[in-house]
Design a protein around this ligand. Structure first.
Ligand code: SF4
Length: 424
């Protein structure tokens, strides 16, 4: 275990690496394919990869899970020429059958990495074969390289080179929101930005994979999801200006997130207050009944979704929870700086995962609630500790001031369930 200091007010960061209990980046296909119905995510993997997506997420994502099995089960693992031929054949069949596909993502997996199948070259080759019909991109969702939200970071980075360059004058007027949000939440946020006076708002991913916004020097980048480190860096490299703000979770974070964007566009704080403060008051009223359940309860967040730090900030500052430990799979100090300053003094952060050590600390601490991955929830519940699946938070519309009450309710639910069980 290595120890580094994240900031002067927080205790030393616990840095760990060991056994991980986190879904791989393939999982993000579940929300990305809903977001871009004209895109297709072809996992180049094994039957295990197919099962992960179909059963853990409860949906059928891609039509050809047998492809992966063909590579591993029927082909010589060293026979890359065969694997490439098989991939070309499968893609041709897929495109013939599905004329609506405009963007095809070849998604790498542990098996494709192990056999060193070069998907970047395959995407280039297939892109050339099907030019004009479909754009072919690739990224990795492998569990060796990614945790489940990092899959989205990979997919968005693959799209960035296709985004047209916007002229500087146009770019400077544009707000670009990064990260998949529920459509209804996104519409609401865009309409609020309009009321603030920001009317040129683009999003990545877009709702149609081919309608990519232009980016140029001075485009103002507002990150909605804290797990998009690579995407943010790639945009900054293209001249976008990162708006530094906490993430739009809870009333306080969401207001600060919108206010930071308004500030970047020179909008007066009085205008921000006029538009947002009525919502703030309503949001706080929505949180209040859940705060009664959450206040004083001890919370331990295991590293999983990368939403942990903003979530901990919301639950401590607005819901009165006591933070025992806040784990994150990866700590991006640039993207997380505004959040870290809002954490209560003395918050124990941990980065990376070593399940055994974390479970030992949990055993000593006996928190009231643990936010964790699916794999750890059942054993913890069996020990009498209430749990919340972090993956549920990624699938739920929790962003924005209007959703703060729902977010508090989602977190309070397992505690309420446990207390009602203990009285029956
Ligand atoms: Fe498992 Fe790796 Fe496939 Fe993910 S990519 S399902 S971790 S084999």
């Amino acid at each position: 275990m290595a120890v580094n200091a994240p900031s002067t007010e927080l205790p030393p960061l616990i840095k760990e690496s060991g056994q991980r209990e986190v879904f791989c980046g393939l999982t993000s296909i579940v929300w990305l394919h809903r977001r871009m119905p004209d895109a297709f995510f072809l996992v180049v993997g094994s039957r295990t990869c197919a099962h992960l997506i179909q059963s853990a997420a409860g949906v059928m994502i891609f039509a050809e899970p047998r492809f992966g099995t063909a590579i591993l089960g029927e082909r010589d693992l060293a026979g890359l020429a065969d694997a490439n031929e098989e991939l070309d054949r499968l893609v041709a069949q897929l495109l013939a059958r599905r004329p609506e596909i405009r963007t095809l993502f070849l998604v790498g997996s542990c098996p494709s990495e192990v056999i060193k199948l070069d998907l970047a070259r395959a995407a280039e080759r297939l892109g050339a074969q099907h030019r004009g019909r479909v754009t072919v991109l690739n990224y990795s969702g492998s569990g060796i390289e990614t945790t489940f939200t990092q899959g989205e970071d990979g997919a968005l980075q693959a799209l960035i080179p296709l985004m047209p360059m916007a002229p500087a004058a146009q770019a400077a007027q544009q707000l670009l929101i990064a990260g998949t949000l529920a459509d209804g939440v996104e519409d609401r946020l865009i309409s609020l930005f309009g009321k603030l006076g920001i009317t040129n708002v683009a999003t990545l991913p877009p709702r149609r994979s081919t309608e990519l916004p232009g980016v140029g020097p001075g485009t103002k980048l507002l990150v909605a999801q804290p797990f998009l480190s690579g995407t943010a860096r790639a945009w900054i490299d293209r001249g976008a200006q990162l708006i530094k703000a906490p993430y739009p979770l809870g009333v306080e974070g969401s207001r600060a997130w919108m206010a930071a964007a308004a500030d970047a566009f020179g909008i007066a704080p009085a205008q921000v207050a006029a538009v947002l403060d009525p919502l703030v008051e309503r949001g706080q009223r929505a949180i209040a009944p859940h705060r009664e359940t959450l206040a004083g309860k001890r919370l331990f967040l295991l590293p999983d979704s990368q939403l942990e730090i903003p979530l901990a900030r919301f639950l401590s500052r607005e819901c009165g929870m006591e933070l025992v430990e806040v784990g994150t799979p990866y700590l991006d100090r640039t993207l997380m700086a505004p959040e870290l300053t809002l954490l209560p003094e003395g918050t124990q952060l941990s980065e990376g995962q070593h399940v055994e050590n974390q479970l030992k600390r949990l055993e000593v601490q006996r928190p009231d609630l643990v936010v964790c991955g699916l794999g750890l929830a059942n054993p913890l519940e069996a020990q009498g500790i209430a749990t919340k699946w972090s993956i549920e938070l990624v699938f739920s519309p929790i962003h924005g001031i209007d959703q703060a009450g729902d977010l508090a309710e989602l977190i309070a639910r397992p505690l309420r369930r446990r207390s009602s069980l203990s009285f029956t």
